[in-house]
Write a protein that binds this ligand. Sequence first.
Ligand code: GRG
Length: 292
Amino acid sequence: MSTEAAFARWTARVEAKLEQSLPVASQSPERLHAAMRHAVLGGGKRVRPLLVYAAGALFDVDEAILDAPAAAVELIHAYSLVHDDLPAMDDDDLRRGQPTVHIAFDEATAILAGDALQTSAFDLLAHADADVALRLDWLQVLSRASGVAGMCGGQALDIDATGSVQSLSALQRMHALKTGALMRAAVRMGAAAGGASGDELRRLDDFAAALGLAFQVRDDILDIESSSEQLGKTAGKDVAQAKSTYPALLGMQGAAAKLEELASTMQNALAPFDARSNALKALGELAINRVH
Ligand code: GRG
């Protein structure tokens, strides 16, 4: 089975799980339900769900067990994008090549849709078809990665830093929380389902932390090199907002060198694993080479 075929199968699985777990738009409150569906079903690379399945594949986990954590992490990601696009935050009108939720609907609906997506992620995990200890582990991992010690904390640091030049270490900490925490949670949830040992969890966490940072460095490069059409979101925003980014602090060559360093961290972290780590390796390469 090729990695591409596995990615296609996992994407189809998580799309089906998301479709099934979202409320139907014909049911009241219709506007809220339609906004939630717009946020989740309107495209996206599904990187975080793929990380859940790929980490589970290392331990031959039954894919049906992984559908709930894969969908849950994507629901959290979708909520974060809806709220990030709001006028009070990044104020964006384009996401995944579509109008953002507050443009397609309205601000109040976008806030509520994000809130409801977040709580539905935890509802999905609480009711998943898995052992209670595993469900509790997933709930702890995903809630911590989403909150003050993870994504929300990183977003707060990002907002606080607006308009000032950040040091490289401050930038790295902000991204580790804002983007990296959810990617680490995705890998951890897949690995936990496979009963990974402490040493395996540590290695996989090193891999996921490097992948999260690489994803962000590449995001900074794409913001400069690509068009809004290619990205499906507004390009050039970092420069327009004078944000501290890897290219701004290190130059384009320095940012490319950082990506090489992170590629080798990822390779080293996965070195002891067998060929079942190929999908994770491919996701690491995608974080570095992606074009949107
Ligand atoms: C509002 C609490 C709160 C958090 C928002 C994730 C995030 C935190 C903001 C997104 C801002 C941003 C552009 C981050 C850069 C990297 C990133 C996470 C991009 C979007 O993720 P992709 O590329 O998106 O996986 P798709 O659309 O493919 O799912």
